[in-house]
Design a protein around this ligand. Structure first.
Ligand code: FMN
Length: 211
């Protein structure tokens, strides 16, 4: 049976573009997969603690040799890995923060990068629904400053994923930021958002790697 893991990482609870896009993907996915199931996790409202030494070292120690601390660490950490492995599709709403992914998402990434997932996610489809206040595409003054997509793509390649899509909505601060308001980019923001909605709809309707 098809299973979707839906994650969000925006700290905004209203007007979040990445949440709007990831929810829209989940709705489209449900329509395309009658009988499919969904797990939802809000990495901002319910942040995962950073990986610590027992959590990391316990990944490399056989169960029968683990300390009590390491057993507790695995009892806490394994469900994040199992949740990911149970999904054939993962959609992640991911804002840009300080030119990279939010630390709440990186804490999840540290939890799910493990011997059992490295090179093992070839059958998992990933869709990233991203939002940024500015724009970083070709020809922009800060072209290349968005380190989020390259970082995420490299980690997922390390994990073996090959079906990775990004839908980027930009300029969300065009009408808000005092530095950006004079640039009069509101119409560009609207165009970017509409293009993002269209791209998400197309991805939700298209098939995943796993039947
Ligand atoms: C702590 C923080 C850091 C941010 N850093 C950046 C940044 O480096 N570049 C950028 O374009 N926007 C930045 N933003 C703006 C967000 O990317 C933008 O508001 C985006 O729309 C947030 O996603 P959301 O609409 O899903 O909430 C930052 C926002 C916050 C809260």
């Amino acid at each position: 049976m098809s299973h979707l893991l839906h994650l969000d990482a925006s700290l905004r609870t209203t007007e979040s573009r990445s949440r709007t896009l990831s929810a829209r993907f989940a709705d489209g996915w449900r329509a395309a997969h009658p009988g499919g199931t969904v797990t939802y996790r809000d990495l901002s409202a319910d942040p995962i603690p950073h990986l610590d030494e027992p959590a990391y070292s316990s990944l490399f120690v056989p169960a029968e040799e683990r300390s009590a601390e390491q057993h507790a660490a695995r009892a806490f950490g394994d469900p994040f890995i199992e949740e990911l492995r149970a999904a054939d599709t993962v959609v992640i709403g991911l804002p840009l923060q300080n030119f990279g992914p939010p630390s709440t998402f990186l804490a999840w990434l540290d939890r799910i990068t493990a011997p059992s997932t490295i090179g093992a996610l070839g059958d998992t489809r990933f869709v990233f629904a991203t939002a940024s206040g500015g724009a970083y595409g070709p020809g922009t003054p800060r072209e290349g400053w968005d380190h989020r997509e390259p970082l995420v793509r490299h980690v997922l390649e390390f994990l073996g994923a090959t079906d990775v899509s990004f839908v980027n909505v930009e300029l969300t601060l065009a009408r808000v930021s005092p530095q950006m308001i004079p640039l009069d980019l509101g119409a560009e923001e609207d165009r970017s958002f509409q293009a993002g909605l269209d791209a998400i709809d197309a991805l939700a309707a298209s098939g995943s790697l796993v039947a």
